[in-house]
Design a binder for this molecule. Structure first.
Ligand code: PLP
Length: 397
């Protein structure tokens, strides 16, 4: 893999024909070290956010050994990581996936949010000598999204009396019993975790069972031009306080499953402008590629012109972006702030696309093929250090 000091250097030397997915493994490593140092439990990286071997390698190098997988193909992939501990946290799994996960890949940790899934897990993990004696089962609680960009509460999770009943049933099947939730992706304020842990406390009280583990899920934020969250240290503080109030043993096992927060900053997309129409730029990647979330969820990414020097006095103006396919929903409204003189043939670095960028790209219309590279510089915006775009304070305190 070719390494470059910056996107500008890459563009100068390669003049890339295809869009480039440029990884900054050192940035993923730094994010992982922050979580390992400051989260009071273990970290299971949510594999679906980005499974680039360069970023997985960086997370591993920093000390991450647990991975949250959502499907059998992800599991098979992640199982090649030496010493990996895999958690199968999708609440609805195919029977074959459960069976292979348990019997072939040694997975013991599963999530569920219905009684049907509990019996499915019990049946598919049972062996000749009877029920599996070593299941670690997490009941997924539905919690309200608060200040989250991608709420997840409608699809999964159980609440109220039904949740308490399920917890009691799961206790009879599980060797270790846990409760988990997901506050929604890109949650920008820590109160969502306080609220969710409060609901976990009520649930445990209602069910009256011993709970061995709490998994606070993902949802930890990254930073974008229109979404500048509370510092991650504030999230850690709120989670510590919330756990202390729970009716659980002092040595309760604590887990989190960050996806976005570990990898968002660690990848940039480098695109070329193939046409300019007013303040609309037609570029060579888009909604069917790495910019899915910019098109469909309105994410705004930091952008910077990297193909030529711009006079310091040149003003930045808002642009909209259009992707390369023939489809009119291939449109990223932004605003993406770029120098007023941007023109055809220019290259733009679109930063902080590491979470759910590469992962969501398809090849509709023959696009969605990328060159790869490694960059050694700082990301455009950072939760853990100083980003290259001025005026944004590092959110770590
Ligand atoms: C997607 C997902 C995560 C990661 O979420 P982020 O918002 O990227 O941190 C964690 N846990 C589960 C169960 C998920 O589905």
């Amino acid at each position: 893999m070719e390494k470059f000091a910056s996107a500008a250097q890459l563009v100068a030397s390669r003049k890339p024909e295809k869009p480039v997915l440029a990884a900054r493994p050192h940035v993923a490593g730094r994010a992982a070290r922050f979580f390992l140092d400051s989260f009071p439990g273990s970290i299971a990286y949510a594999y679906k956010a980005n499974s680039s071997p360069f970023l997985i390698g960086a997370l591993y190098g920093a000390g991450i050994r647990s991975f949250d997988v959502a499907s059998l193909p992800e599991l098979e992939d992640a199982a090649t990581i030496p010493g990996a501990h895999l958690h199968f946290m999708h609440p609805v799994k195919a029977r074959d996936a459960i069976r292979r996960a348990y019997h072939v890949y040694g997975v013991r940790t599963f999530a569920l949010d219905t009684e049907d899934e509990l019996w499915k897990i019990a049946e598919e993990t049972a062996g000749d000598r009877g029920p599996a004696p070593d299941l670690e089962l997490y009941v997924r609680l539905a919690v309200p999204a608060m200040n989250s960009r991608v709420p997840l509460e409608r699809k999964f999770g159980i609440a109220g009396q039904k949740a308490a009943k399920l917890l009691v049933k799961a206790r009879q099947v599980a060797h270790k019993l846990g409760v988990t939730f997901h506050v929604g992706s890109q949650t920008t304020t820590p109160d969502a975790y306080a609220h969710a842990l409060g609901a976990v406390g009520q649930l445990i009280g209602k069910a009256g069972v011993v709970v061995d583990a709490i998994d606070v899920g993902g949802g930890f934020p990254s930073i974008y031009p229109d979404s500048q969250p509370a510092p991650l240290s504030a999230f850690m503080g709120v989670i510590r306080e919330g756990i202390e109030k729970l009716p659980v043993r002092e040595d309760v096992q604590l887990v989190c499953e960050p996806g976005r927060a570990l990898v968002a900053e660690a990848e940039s997309l480098i695109v070329r402008v193939d046409q300019r129409r007013g303040n609309d730029l037609y570029i060579n990647d888009g909604a069917y590629g790495t910019l899915f979330d910019a098109a469909h969820l309105g994410f705004v990414y930091p952008a910077q012109l990297v193909s030529r020097e711009i006079p310091a006095a040149e003003t930045l103006v808002p642009f909209e972006l259009w992707g390369p396919t023939c489809d009119s929903i291939d449109h990223m409204k932004g605003p993406f702030l770029l120098p007023a003189s941007v023109r055809e043939g220019d290259y733009i670095e679109i930063g902080n696309v590491g979470a759910y960028g590469r992962a969501l790209a398809g090849d509709f219309n023959g696009y969605g093929r990328y060159e790869d590279a490694i960059l050694l510089d700082e990301p455009l915006m950072s939760m853990y250090g100083t980003g290259r775009i001025a005026g944004v304070a590092a959110a770590k305190s």
